[in-house]
Design a binder for this molecule. Structure first.
Ligand code: C2E
Ligand code: MG
Ligand code: MG
Ligand code: MG
Length: 285
């Protein structure tokens, strides 16, 4: 029907946009009370040492199950939270919850927690630092057990106060990692300017390493470059054992992906940490 008249196409396209805009407003309004209504949860996905097979950290990934809308993906609601001015409060909740969770699993095994940080949180460096210090004090988690994941798109403007913030965090022992490496704009200049310790290769590269020569070469080159710079290199989205073999041969340090574990609730993650530890103890003695 829409095909026969150009107007129809425009009309249904516009209705689609209106629908999506209305939905965004609804998401923003429901998100405001999501934490208070206990609708938010952090899941944890292990970051695995490719040599020992042991988890060295877990990435905290936010989940929202709205009473009205059901589960909503973070890829959908995080950008809305940013636009609606909700991300700082949400970010503070995420940091507190992640640090409290990591503090709780330290009695099972030492393991860092990696938290995704929105660019907007970094735009107020003073407030952000207070938020970190508050979460660390509340949880009594050592700063060296906290990792912050920053994406390439984030630091675009050349702001001295953000560089200073990152240097301060690094000085405290907080690990900084550059997330989704290879997909952003000015990653190489970020690596020169900011004290990253971890480089996370975007999973779009890893998806192609077995079939596509270019992806394999680029991945090898990124790993070599990261190691030349003294960084820990992690591959995202590892789903197959052959990808892990490729990465191990290329000298990659860490891997994350469904091959090892999907993101799981804290109780399951703590059990996983405990069983890995027991397996290691029985293997070595
Ligand atoms: P990200 O930081 O790159 O997180 C990794 C994403 O890859 C997660 O999606 C994870 O579930 C998914 N993943 C992990 N292993 C595999 C795999 O083997 N195969 C495939 N196909 N996917 C895999 P998720 O949880 O849907 O999160 C999407 C994005 O939303 C994240 O990308 C991050 O940018 C954002 N996000 C999630 N939680 C938070 C948060 O607490 N704060 C902020 N600011 N952003 C968040
Ligand atoms: Mg991440
Ligand atoms: Mg990532
Ligand atoms: Mg990614």
């Amino acid at each position: 029907q829409a095909k026969s008249s150009g107007q129809g196409v425009v009309c249904s396209y516009k209705q689609g946009l209106d629908q999506r805009a209305k939905e965004s407003l609804e998401i923003a309004s429901l998100l405001r009370t999501a934490a208070d209504r206990d609708e938010l949860q952090l899941l944890f996905q292990p970051l695995i040492d490719l040599r020992s097979g042991q988890p060295v950290a877990a990435e905290a990934l936010l989940r929202w199950t709205s009473a009205e809308l059901g589960p909503v993906s973070p890829a959908r609601f995080i950008p809305i939270a940013e636009e609606a001015g909700l991300i700082r409060k949400l970010g503070a909740w995420i940091l507190r919850t992640a640090c409290l969770s990591a503090a709780a699993w330290q009695s099972t095994a030492p393991c860092r927690v990696a938290v995704n940080v929105s660019s907007l949180q970094l735009q107020s460096p003073h407030e952000f630092l207070e938020c970190i210090e508050h979460a660390l004090a509340l949880s009594e988690l050592a700063p060296t057990l906290l990792e912050l994941e920053i994406t390439e798109g984030v630091l675009l403007e050349d702001r001295a106060d953000i560089a200073e913030l990152l240097a301060t965090l690094d000085g405290m022992g907080v690990h900084l990692s550059l997330d989704d490496f290879g997909t952003g704009y000015s990653a190489l200049s970020y690596l020169r300017r900011f004290p990253f310790r971890v480089l996370k290769i975007d999973r779009s590269f890893i998806a192609g390493v077995l079939e596509t020569q270019a992806d394999a070469e680029l991945t090898r080159a990124i790993i070599a470059m990261g190691q030349g710079l003294g960084l820990t290199v992690l591959a995202e989205g590892v789903e197959r054992p052959e990808q892990a073999d490729f990465l191990r041969q290329a000298g990659c340090d860490l891997a994350q992906g469904f091959l090892y574990s999907r993101p799981i609730p804290i109780d399951s993650f703590t059990r996983l940490l405990g069983s890995e530890r027991r397996a290691l103890a029985s293997a070595s003695g």
